[in-house]
Design a protein around this ligand. Structure first.
Ligand code: NDP
Length: 612
């Protein structure tokens, strides 16, 4: 039996071997921060001098990425006179799309659902999968459309937030000397904010040029994020560390322009076909002619993605896939395998069987594709095959990545799960060999869930009963992942203990914005001062989240940021809660939120909260 013909059990065994090899690697899996939160270096825009603000506003949003933009927009619609403030460390709106300007940056989720508020702003995405500059421009479009620029304080990092019990308002202090109060506070700083480097010996000793993908130095590499040639690399030997979703996108650009490119791999990504294409304006105008089109597309995408959750109720429904991207196709394959089972097998166990079989088929096809594409170097082809279930790591889609390894100037240094073990003044050391290079690019990702929420925020939130760090010392606690007891009028916009719908992150924010806007509207129209979560409701939500069937798959997975580098705890949420979501899945969670908000607006009772 060839390796490509492994049956399910043999595959499982191979996956376990590959996982264990990585978990047991002597170098370990340690990271360190590139910068401390609040002390980021902006290479794109100069800091504009301004006077500190010392006033009071109604609504403050920390974070000017998609979550801040969407929520502010919805709050403005709900409470037209709301006095809003948006704070961000960056020099403009955009969040991850402001910082991540590496060449080739694009989104793996179809633009028709990934780019929020398309209908409201009237924008037609140019391509099925949009490139980074277009997405960043869209964040700015939202800012202009909703007149949010006048509310923004850029290059501003919050240093402390505390509850003023007399005023019943939050006091916000920043690194620009601002000191103001706000009735409501929303924190939406995103999961990919704190860039990390591998914590390997000698990392500071390198004498050449080194930077992280989220701080791309075009002044050195030449070119720009819109695709201009990276002329500065024409005579350079470049190393890139990491082969995750970011690296998959920038390696093809580096391969085109670097004299030599060495790709240091610890674990390969599973790279499926992308098939990007321009959006036909005629087709788009027909789609967009129907009011409410984007919400229908979003609901369609969410429903189809929910098939990956293994819930029998969803699998028998008929879906007309509007989006047809890599994610929806991945989910629908599960359904088609389920429907191919014998009638007596179509039961809850059958759903799990369908997930497993469909994954085996897909990952085998992706591995076979490596052999089809990478023909110049069979050893590289072997090294580029991913031996884990597709959803253990972020699935990736690209039509130029694997092809790079046929180029004479590109070499895969597959460290067989061990990683780069040392940086030297002149280069890297891996698998017992030195590699001298001029440049090291770190595509090593972001601090995700192995540290506390407040540590990644870079500031403490002190409520009437104490700090958020203490409140979450044993793991995140919340109602709906959005409010937490003892922190009145504070909203968090994030994925954990909520839908955890990672295939389309902005969709989570659209739903939470609806709920936040509903609460704020009710409170403002009815003269209310505070909303807090009841202990009973928070406990019940916590129990529900923790009771969610542990995803055995996570346990079996090769280490990475999805499973806290192989240290996921299934009995309680991680400090940031990242590993946990609503057991009913995103469709049910979004419906629960819509009903909760509607009932609250009608009756004044936002279940599980105390409004005063
Ligand atoms: P990741 O954390 O996914 O990848 C980091 C990479 O660095 C991994 O390949 C990791 O290997 C490798 N690495 C770490 N330490 C070492 C070491 N010592 N030696 C060798 N290799 C090492 O970060 P990314 O920036 O790629 O992606 C982060 C997230 O950003 C994604 O999950 C996704 O959510 C988002 N993203 C989204 C995109 C989109 O299309 N919307 C595009 C790009 C990113 P190992 O796998 O072994 O840990």
């Amino acid at each position: 039996m060839t390796i490509e013909n492994l049956d399910g059990e043999q595959l499982r065994q191979k996956y376990a071997e590959e996982r264990d090899k990585r978990l047991q690697a002597p170098a370990g899996r340690k990271f360190k921060r590139l910068e401390q939160p609040g002390h980021v270096v902006d290479l794109h825009l100069p800091v504009q001098p301004r006077e500190p603000v010392k006033d009071s506003v109604d609504f403050t949003f920390v974070g000017g990425g998609f979550s801040g933009l969407i929520t502010s927009a919805r709050v403005k619609e709900a409470v037209p006179n709301a006095n809003i403030r948006i704070l961000d460390q960056a020099g403009d709106f955009g969040g991850v799309w402001y910082w991540n300007r590496y060449p080739g940056a694009m989104c793996d989720t179809a633009a028709m659902v990934y780019m929020p508020l398309l209908e409201e702003t009237g924008h037609m995405p140019t391509r099925k999968y949009a490139m980074g500059p277009e997405i960043h421009e869209h964040t700015r479009r939202i800012g202009r459309h909703y007149d949010l620029y006048k509310h923004a304080l850029f290059h501003t990092a919050v240093t402390a937030v505390s509850w003023d019990a007399d005023l019943k308002r939050w006091r916000v202090q920043t690194n620009r000397g601002d000191d103001f109060t706000t009735k409501y506070l929303t924190v939406g700083t995103g999961p990919l904010t704190v860039a990390q480097l591998p914590d390997i010996p000698g990392i500071d000793s390198f004498k050449g040029k080194a930077f992280h993908t989220s701080r791309w130095e075009y002044e050195f590499t030449g070119g720009d994020r819109s695709g201009a040639p990276l002329t500065g690399l024409a005579d350079k030997r470049v190393a890139i560390i990491g082969t995750g979703a970011t690296a998959i996108q920038c390696i093809p650009e580096l391969a085109k322009y670097a004299k030599e490119l060495l790709v240091f791999q610890r674990t390969p990504s599973a790279v499926d076909i992308r098939n990007n294409h321009d959006i036909d304006p005629e087709w788009f105008s027909k789609v967009a002619a129907e009011p409410g089109w984007q919400q229908r597309w979003l609901d369609n995408f969410t429903s189809i993605w929910a098939l990956t959750g293994g819930r029998p109720a969803e699998i028998m429904q008929k879906y007309d896939d509007l989006v047809k991207d890599g994610w929806s196709e991945l989910a629908l394959r599960i359904q088609s395998v389920f429907l191919s089972l014998k009638p007596e097998e179509r039961n809850p166990q059958g759903v799990m069987l369908a997930i497993e079989r469909s994954d085996d088929e897909t990952t085998s096809r992706i591995r076979a594709r490596v052999d089809e594409v990478v023909t110049a170097d069979p050893a590289a082809a072997e090294g580029l095959k991913a031996w884990y279930r597709q959803l253990c790591k972020r699935p990736t889609f690209h039509d130029e990545y694997l092809q790079c390894f046929n180029r004479p100037n590109v070499t895969l240094i597959d460290t067989d799960g061990q990683g780069v073990d040392r940086i030297t003044p002149t280069g890297l050391h891996a698998l017992g060999k030195d590699y001298d290079v001029d440049v090291i690019i770190y595509a090593s990702g972001f601090e995700f869930q192995n540290t506390s929420f407040t540590s990644r925020l870079g500031f403490e939130i002190t409520g009437p009963e104490g700090t958020l760090t203490d409140a979450w010392a044993d793991g995140m606690r919340s109602l709906h992942g959005r409010q937490t007891k003892g922190f009145p009028n504070l909203f968090l916009t994030q994925l954990a203990q909520a839908a955890r719908f990672a295939a389309n992150v902005p969709a989570n924010f659209l739903e939470s914005a609806r709920a936040i806007a509903g609460v704020v509207k009710y409170m403002e129209e009815n003269g209310k001062q505070t909303i807090d979560v009841s202990k009973e409701a928070e406990d019940a939500w916590f129990d529900l989240i923790v009771s969610a069937a542990p995803r055995a798959q996570r346990d079996e997975c090769t280490p990475g940021h999805y499973n806290n580098e192989g240290k996921i705890t299934l009995d309680k949420p991680s400090p940031s809660g990242m590993g946990s979501g609503y057991p009913g899945g995103p469709v049910a969670f979004f419906q629960l939120q819509r009903d909760w908000t509607k009932r609250g607006l009608e009756t004044g009772e936002f279940e599980g909260t105390v409004v005063a």
